[in-house]
Design a protein around this ligand. Structure first.
Ligand SMILES: CC[C@H](C(=O)O)C(=O)SCCNC(=O)CCNC(=O)[C@H](O)C(C)(C)COP(=O)(O)OP(=O)(O)OC[C@H]1O[C@@H](n2cnc3c(N)ncnc32)[C@H](O)[C@@H]1OP(=O)(O)O
Ligand code: CO
Length: 132
């Protein structure tokens, strides 16, 4: 795990939350992207070396919709940058962590991603991110 690649924040409305975070961080959204496979549309903001990913659900069965229904808006996951996602997945599996997919899957912002179940990561949804 090299560094925190982004913090994922679940929001009910990308447009209004996007404006809020632009004001808060004194920066502008640099990318809007829908990830159909995840049932999300995302907005990315960069502040210094840090990346914020705002996520709005695009369907009722989206993980984001379920999260907001249960916990309201807020921090959803922490994404860590990895050099070799397959090696990192094998290492974590070997260490007893629960991975939410057997293979990496396409993420937003030109990444390959995989998630670790929060139940095995101290209550935090962790995302592994490798640049494509
Ligand atoms: C890939 C595009 C983009 C990118 O960066 O490139 C993204 O980041 S997409 C982000 C959205 N996609 C995902 O989150 C995929 C991984 N998530 C999942 O597979 C599910 O959300 C899962 C398995 C974490 C939970 O789904 P489930 O159907 O089991 O929902 P429950 O509400 O029943 O949750 C079970 C249990 O886990 C707790 N939980 C759920 N979400 C989170 C979370 N984000 N952080 C911490 N804990 C979470 C939930 O509270 C339940 O615990 P319990 O004690 O039973 O209440
Ligand atoms: Co993410």
């Amino acid at each position: 795990m090299n560094k925190i690649e982004h913090i994922g924040i679940a929001v009910a409305d990308l447009k209004s939350s996007g404006s809020l975070y632009e004001k808060l961080l004194n920066t502008t959204i640099y990318k809007l992207e829908e990830v159909h496979s995840e049932g999300v549309k995302t907005a990315f903001l960069q502040t210094g070396p840090n990346k914020i990913e705002l996520l709005e659900a695009t369907s009722a069965d989206s993980p984001i919709a379920k999260f907001i229904e249960k916990k309201g808006e807020g921090i959803h996951h922490i994404a860590f940058e990895v050099e070799d996602i397959l090696a990192e997945m094998a290492r974590l599996k070997n260490e007893g962590f629960i991975l939410l997919s057997d293979e990496p899957k396409p993420g937003a912002d030109n990444k390959l991603v995989c998630f670790v179940h929060p139940k095995s990561a101290g209550g935090v949804l962790v995302e592994l991110v490798q640049s494509v």
